[in-house]
Design a protein around this ligand. Structure first.
Ligand SMILES: Cc1ncc(COP(=O)(O)O)c(C=O)c1O
Length: 414
């Protein structure tokens, strides 16, 4: 009986989401992740070969044979599961080995692994800050950072996206014991970078710590792919980096906080998702070790990614699409209208291009888009085909050459 009332309410909410054009339909992939995949959409439709332009497989490592082999070997050598959190009986030699390897790659003092970066961000603030401390956050940081801050009793000050003047004003007026500035390294919805050089300069001036979530940067941003701290030449000034193994670094699962020794030590004592959630499985740890070996050997993959990204961004710009400015592999095509974004994605699907529409609540209302993402697993020929298809769809909707106001006006009654 008790569910009856709730059922009616939930069904009404779901209908509302559908009527607003905000319902998210999942495409079913029936092959390994890669440059091309086989997709069924709807789920009972026949399989269709698609070029993937919306995965976080930035370095094309998700189905790399050496990494898959390392995962198999990991199972052989250390078993399938840990059946324990780290501090009870869930720490193997390879967990510690991976923590040291990550620290070396990022140029930090130490690292603590988590089941995901969502967990890492959930653990971070509460573990190291109290009510007498303050966090200064960019308005557009990732949802997991927002949730992490909510779990912590420190005061929270939000500055408008990348507004360094507002950040400085907030830091100036602070009486807090400890201050921590938090930003995304690369903002995942817009593809722009946090102004880490300016943030570090302000941090020095006002004696604040700097934390950056480099989930969309580790492995490929910066000359040798270390991340945004390398790109901005502030490797020695960033105190804390959080990042994920679930995107460029093989794309399975796992995340970490990397940084100052005492911070990592404290998080191992206090981080709730560390103390109360299972250790990473050996297959993931062993495969992640291999990922860092591959990245340390050569920059070929991040170099190729940079080249392909320029080709894609230039092609779309020349065709007259309205893009978010940026210089990362995240290239959002702005459509503003949620229903248009859904239809655009369906049309791309018909053309053999897999790129989904992003709309509220993933981005603010009126900011709908197709977020394209480039991967080093793609070849230029994939992008040539995808570009021709995207232009055909852009022409169909009559948006080529239109600016933001013109697109909004055109679809006002959509
Ligand atoms: C900036 C950022 N931080 C953290 C996460 C969470 O990463 P994970 O998938 O490892 O939980 C994501 C994933 O979407 C992200 O984009």
């Amino acid at each position: 009986m008790s569910y009856k009332k709730a059922k009616g309410i939930y069904q009404e909410v779901i209908t509302g989401i559908k009527n607003d054009g905000l319902y998210k339909d999942e495409r079913t992939i029936c092959s390994p992740q890669g440059a091309e995949v086989k997709v069924r959409f709807p789920a009972d439709a026949p399989e269709k070969e698609m070029i993937v332009l919306c995965s976080n497989n930035y370095l094309g490592l998700s189905s790399h044979p050496d990494i898959m082999k390392a995962a198999h070997d990991g199972i052989e050598r250390r078993g399938f599961g840990m059946s324990s959190v780290r501090f009870i009986c869930g720490t193997q030699d390879i967990h510690r080995e991976l923590e040291m390897k990550v620290s070396k790659f990022l140029g930090t003092e130490d690292t603590i692994l988590f089941g995901s970066c969502f967990d890492a961000n959930g653990a971070l603030f509460e573990g190291i800050l109290g009510p007498e401390d303050a966090i200064y956050s960019d308005k557009l940081v990732h949802a997991s950072l927002i949730d992490g801050m909510r779990l912590c009793k420190a005061q929270r000050f939000i500055y408008e996206h990348s507004d360094m003047k507002e950040l400085e004003e907030k830091l100036q007026n602070s009486q807090a014991r400890l201050k921590l500035i938090i930003t995304d390294g690369v903002f995942s919805m817009d593809g722009d970078m946090g102004k880490l050089d300016e943030i570090c300069a302000l941090a020095e001036k006002y004696e604040a710590m700097v934390a950056v979530d480099d989930s969309h940067a580790t492995g490929f941003i910066g000359k040798t792919g270390r991340g945004t701290h390398e790109h901005f030449n502030v490797m020695d000034k960033v105190d804390i980096i959080t990042t994920t193994f679930g995107k460029a670094l093989g794309g399975a699962t796992g995340g970490c906080v990397s940084g100052k020794k005492e911070i990592i030590e404290l998080l191992k004592q206090r981080g709730r998702p560390y103390l109360f959630s299972n250790a990473l499985p050996p297959a993931v740890v062993a495969a992640s070790l291999k990922v860092f070996d591959i990245l340390s050997e050569s920059t070929a993959r991040r170099d190729k990614l940079e080249e392909l990204t320029s080709f894609w961004r230039n092609g779309l710009t020349e065709a007259g699409f309205d893009l978010k400015a940026g210089n990362t592999p995240i290239v959002p095509i702005m459509l503003y209208d949620a229903k248009l974004a859904q239809q655009f994605s369906r049309d791309l699907y018909q053309e053999g291009v897999f790129a989904v529409g992003f709309f509220y609540p993933v981005v603010p209302k009126g900011q709908a888009r197709i977020r394209t993402q480039i991967s080093a697993g793609l070849e230029k020929t994939h992008l040539e085909r995808a570009l021709a298809a995207t232009i055909r769809v852009g022409k169909k909707h009559g948006i080529l050459g239109l600016n933001k106001e013109q697109i909004i006006a055109k679809f006002a009654n959509n």
